[in-house]
Design a protein around this ligand. Structure first.
Ligand SMILES: NC(=O)c1ccc[n+]([C@@H]2O[C@H](COP(=O)([O-])OP(=O)(O)OC[C@H]3O[C@@H](n4cnc5c(N)ncnc54)[C@H](OP(=O)(O)O)[C@@H]3O)[C@@H](O)[C@H]2O)c1
Length: 270
């Protein structure tokens, strides 16, 4: 996928890896649509930085949506549709650490699962119609490798809750969805992959783990490298290297069951 001249949607662009990726993309792409949970007035510094980096004729748009509210994802889709009639690359990067204690969203759904899994799935599903060709990159995490996908308890109502457990489960769901979507894309000109961007020193990492990490620029370079590849539909990347995902994610029965549960959850409101 050629990023130069592309129209790119990047979620979670306000801080961390997403922000560094947006800054790097501004210098390469033609049209950049960035998202975050913050209001437009809170991101004027970011937008000034992105506009200053864009080539002549390029454009950048910011859209706000808090994934803790599914209706906001619908409004985000509408905002993207107003900004463009075609997307070349969709990067689902936005995510949150597991909440300190199990928390329900405004939709009555466990907040980590909704933010890191259901919201990007809802966004992707509705944006596919703007992608006659293109590429979807789902930013997952190596933590998914040690997670369990409780298909009878995705929201951890009955299993022990811990922030890192909820986070890893949400990322395993995202990798499983990626494997499912790779086989169920509306046309063969679209490719979808998932990736671990690296262990990166960000607020998200430090909210759950007391470890250091590489720079956000390092992760952004990994992300852009994976975004620019092709011919790899369904692949999981550990940084830039194709790697086997959790076998759970590759199990067709699990994928189908998760898809059914996801459809049910997205149809549910508090
Ligand atoms: N850091 C790591 O070591 C690491 C490792 C593996 C995977 N990842 C993945 O890499 C991606 C980027 O993470 P990061 O480390 O850069 O974290 P980060 O610095 O916390 O950035 C996360 C981004 O998602 C946004 N976000 C958070 N809650 C949201 C919500 N409710 N609705 C919409 N957007 C929301 C944040 O917005 P605000 O900050 O503006 O509120 C920010 O733009 C995530 O998918 C993460 O799971 C990171």
């Amino acid at each position: 996928m050629e990023l130069e001249g592309a129209t790119i949607v990047l979620t979670g662009a306000t801080t961390g890896i997403g922000r560094a990726t947006a800054v790097a993309l501004a210098q390469r792409t033609r049209r950049l649509i960035v998202h975050g949970p913050q209001s437009p007035t809170q991101v004027t510094d970011l937008m000034n930085q992105l506009r200053a980096g864009m080539r002549a004729g390029g454009g950048v748009v910011y859209l706000q949506a808090d994934y803790g509210e599914l209706e906001a994802v619908g409004r985000l889709t509408e905002g993207i549709r107003s900004a463009t009639d075609r997307i070349d690359v969709l990067i689902n990067n936005a995510a949150r650490p597991g909440a300190p204690a199990r928390t329900l969203s405004r939709d009555g759904i466990e907040l980590t699962l909704q933010t890191n899994y259901l919201a990007p799935v809802a966004l992707t599903t509705t944006l596919l119609e703007l992608m006659p060709t293109g590429r979807i990159v789902n930013v997952a995490s190596a933590t998914h490798l040690s997670a369990t996908l409780h298909l009878n308890d995705l929201e951890l109502a009955r299993h022990a809750y811990a922030p890192s457990t909820a986070y890893a489960l949400s990322k395993l769901a995202l990798v499983t969805y990626t494997c499912w979507l790779a086989k169920n894309l509306p046309n063969p000109s679209i490719e979808v992959v998932s990736m671990h961007p690296g262990v990166i020193a960000t607020d998200l990492l430090h909210a759950m783990f007391s470890i250091g990490g590489d720079s956000v620029e390092y992760a952004a370079a990994n992300l852009l490298e994976v975004a620019s590849l092709s011919g790899d539909n369904g692949t999981y990347y550990d940084e830039r290297v194709p790697a086997p995902p959790n076998p759970i994610a590759q199990d067709p029965e699990t994928q189908t069951r998760l898809h059914q549960l996801t459809t049910n959850l997205l149809g549910r409101r508090a």
